[in-house]
Design a protein around this ligand. Sequence first.
Ligand code: FES
Length: 180
Amino acid sequence: MSDPDSPASNPLSARPAWEVDFPYDRVEAQHVSRREFAKFLVVVSGGLTAGSGWVAVKDSVLPEAPRVTDVRLCSLSEIPGNGMKAFALPGSGEPAILIRLGDGALRAYEQKCTHLSCAVFYDALSSRIECPCHRGAFDPATGAVLAGPPPRPLRSYPVEVRGDDVWLVADRPEGQKASS
Ligand code: FES
């Protein structure tokens, strides 16, 4: 059974039957009027204004997110000299590494390579933080790039020794490095 709206069922016209009964100008139908375009602009700019206003109100009225407190990572005996211990950053759960350097100093870094985010590890033999993906290497004392394509140093986190424990210290002013 043929479709009465198809051009094949209407030999007098290449248009469907409904279009013959209700003709319209295709070009006109696709035309966006100035009024419609102006409406679109008003809606988009109104949305942007409302979004910016919400951010401003939220920052000034709503309380800040709770500050992260210091977190005990492990006891000193759990991390060998010239060794590494992996841990998850409190809050975000991002992987990080705690390194005890040969001289006993402690450093903590995000475990994500600054090149393409591969997991880095401390290599006790070379005494470097290595990235296995593209042979990137970092200085374990500073996080600075020593080799390979990483564009930036590793992100570091301040740590402190309190008694026999190693603590990750929150909200320390920038510029202070990890303690030994
Ligand atoms: S991801 Fe680390 S060197 Fe490329």
